[in-house]
Ligand binder design. Structure first.
Ligand code: ADP
Ligand code: ASP
Ligand code: MG
Length: 403
């Protein structure tokens, strides 16, 4: 008998019919003698719908109440799934975050799971029961309901795998694994059988939402193997594991992109120590995530230009902070609010020369202008105009032989 975490995402529990289908998957696993902890997301679209409702009350809806609101989505699917399993004559039971409890630390809407009580759930499993746990939510030490970031049910599943010491952690979703790029946008994308934690972490933090990046990070830290598979087909999925278990035949494993970026350039900034720190400190304090930063070489030794990228939603706030910042001087400020970041990721890149050149040449053949570049050992990202996004992804996918 083995203990398993099965996580079902929003589309997998998006209707009553689908919830009944998920109940059958769980029944089959249970009938094979496994102990099952199921983690569920809210029905697809529900969390975004709740966020929109809050906006009708206020643009600055209270953070604490936002988490109370958003956690309701997962409460609904927990109960419906438990009910569907009871109909199949299984001893199923759901628990909410505070009943377990799932203790979190950190700010509202971006908390981290630090502890879970295992006793009640383990007892239920020993009595041949199936446990249903809501993803995405927790409770702070002060007793407030929290959520752990969009897509956070993946992180809940991985935390459960760790804390309950389960044999496997299976992420059921609407595609049958991790692909070389989003298969819903680029149909020639290929399924990857095995991918390393490092590569998956890069892909997910660069825009491949098939796995939430903090979930991958926790799995990597504790060496918890993950499997991404489809709720709707029985095909083999993708295993996410340690690099030693993978042979690299290609330099690039996947192409990811994010579309909601914006770029700001400060022109004529003084070129002296402390200017960059003074520019970015207030942005950091306001929790604005600055991604790529480029500073040009100063031609007159006095002034320079600084370019950086942020999420588009933060553009107005960033402008406001820059304009109020008395510690910096600049001649002008401009922005491009429709840029996207295209990245190639591959553990095989380290040992393959010429990847950078190949990427730049491919983009130039498509007449795509590169606005900024950033690299690490296993990834290369460029900022380009948003309208060229799919064009660039397709071209790179072909050039790096991923089609
Ligand atoms: P869930 O609700 O099950 O958590 P998500 O919508 O969060 O599912 O993630 C699955 C989606 O991720 C797919 O439908 C697909 O469009 C998208 N996706 C983006 N990049 C990739 C990729 N490289 N491989 C597979 N899916 C991807
Ligand atoms: N329901 C949450 C969201 O939409 C969490 C999740 O689905 O993983 O972000
Ligand atoms: Mg998801």
């Amino acid at each position: 008998m083995v203990k398993k975490v099965l996580k079902f995402g929003g589309t997998s529990v998006g209707s009553i019919k689908r919830i009944q289908h998920v109940a059958n998957i769980i029944k089959k696993e249970h009938d094979e003698g496994n102990q099952i902890i199921a983690v569920v997301s809210a029905m697809s679209g529900k969390t975004s719908e709740l966020i929109n409702l809050s906006k009708h009350i206020s643009d600055k809806f209270d953070n604490r109440e936002m988490d109370v609101l958003l956690s309701s989505g997962e409460q609904v699917t927990c109960a419906l799934l438990a009910g569907a399993l009871i109909n199949l004559k299984l001893k199923a039971k759901s628990w909410l975050n505070w009943q377990i409890p799932i203790i979190t630390e950190g700010e509202h809407s971006n908390a981290r799971i630090i502890y879970m009580n295992v006793e009640k759930i383990n007892n239920h499993l020993k009595q041949n029961g199936v446990a249903i746990i809501p993803g995405f939510q927790g409770i702070s030490k002060q007793g407030d309901v929290t959520t752990i970031g969009r897509g956070g049910s993946d992180a809940t599943a991985v935390a459960i795998a760790k804390i309950f010491d389960t044999h496997s952690c299976e992420i059921y979703t609407d595609v049958d694994g991790v692909y070389s790029t989003d298969p819903n946008k680029i149909p020639v994308a290929k399924k990857i059988d095995k991918i390393s934690y490092d590569e998956m972490l890069e892909l997910s933090s660069l825009g491949a939402k098939v796995m939430q990046s903090s979930a991958v990070q926790t799995a990597m830290m504790y060496n918890i193997p993950l499997e991404v598979k489809s709720t709707f087909t029985e095909r083999d999925g993708t295993k996410i594991l340690n690099q030693e278990n993978i042979d690299y035949t290609k330099s690039v494993t996947g192409v990811a992109y994010s579309k909601d970026d914006a770029k700001i350039t400060l022109i004529g900034v003084q070129d002296k120590p402390g200017v960059a720190a003074n520019t970015f400190e207030p942005l950091n304090k306001a929790q604005i995530n600055v991604d790529m930063v480029i500073q040009n070489v100063s031609s007159d030794q006095k002034t320079t230009d600084i370019t950086f990228t942020i999420k588009r939603d933060d553009l107005l706030k960033t402008y406001d902070i820059l304009k109020k910042n008395k510690k910096i001087n600049y001649k002008n400020i401009n922005h491009n609010e429709k840029v996207s970041k295209i990245s190639i990721v591959g553990a095989g890149m380290v040992s393959t020369p010429g990847v950078t050149y190949k990427m730049f040449k491919a983009l130039s053949e498509e007449k795509i202008n590169i606005l900024a570049i950033s690299t690490s050992e296993i990834k290369l990202s460029v900022i380009i105009d948003e309208e060229k996004t799919l064009n660039a992804v397709k071209k790179l996918h072909t050039v790096f032989e991923l089609d």
